[in-house]
Design a protein around this ligand. Sequence first.
Ligand SMILES: Nc1ncnc2c1ncn2[C@@H]1O[C@H](COP(=O)(O)OP(=O)(O)OP(=O)(O)O)[C@@H](O)[C@H]1O
Length: 294
Amino acid sequence: MSPTTMSAAELIVCESLVRIYQSGPIEVQALQGLDLAVNSGEMIAVVGASGSGKSTLLSILAGIDAPTAGSARVGEWDLLSMSRADRVRYRRHTVGFVRQQTASNLVPYLTAEQMVDLPMTAARTPKAVRRKRGAELLRMLGIADCAGRRPGQLSGGQQQRVAIAAALANEPRVLFADEPTGELDTATSAEVFGALRDVNRELGVTVVVVTHDAAVSGQVERTVAIRDGRTSSEVLRRTATAADGGTHVIAEEYAVMDRAGRIQVPRDYREALALTRRVRLALEPDHVTIRPDA
Ligand SMILES: Nc1ncnc2c1ncn2[C@@H]1O[C@H](COP(=O)(O)OP(=O)(O)OP(=O)(O)O)[C@@H](O)[C@H]1O
């Protein structure tokens, strides 16, 4: 375990994170200097085109894969320097992980109750505690009546809720979900996403969910977009109250600046003003302007 310099509220901090895969003579830069900070108790969605690096980021944060360079910290853990034994502890106690393939999250011959019990048994939790927590989690996820059923006797949405319950069994600080609704229809997907929101609110567990689904990402307060292995922009949503007392959601897009001060100007902005290689930057009292090089 390494000491950390993070602020108290920050649970996850990645700086200039790089992951290079070597397949034969070819090098693939899946992450190319990614920056990300997530506060404890937040729920964020990570979006991006296929191949942008979303799954790679999640595998690293979940302790399944190791980064090539940069820094990645979750709580007191430094994901670049942790030992093999620390990694096992980290995966067992600090993080929970839910995958897209509903079937791959579960063991075919275990009932929902046994599935949730399994990680607690591995963590040597006393039987009475296991029973109580298992029942609470199944109830909280709305699947108490499925306790005695095996995956083959559960719908896709129920299977994912069992997977979420099992991922939460050892009371992790953060739950990672990689396209958890990818195989589900729209209604079931909304239900599973609702379950993730419930656990975020009720248990205070930090949730990071990778998704392709705009309907899903539109429901969280913060969406982080990844492009070419870097964080490119963020959308923050807040609920505003109008003069007539009605409420509506305001979504504001932010660019993400790295430690060296680099930001990416969105393509539609560049095209609208024909911004090319060289632009004019000016510092105003409370903002910076970017103008075409006339
Ligand atoms: N084990 C691996 N070996 C070689 N290249 C890999 C490996 N895993 C991922 N990549 C490559 O790294 C890049 C990022 O992949 P990643 O799976 O993280 O993207 P993604 O945004 O999750 O995509 P998708 O939405 O399609 O799941 C891709 O170019 C991918 O081909």
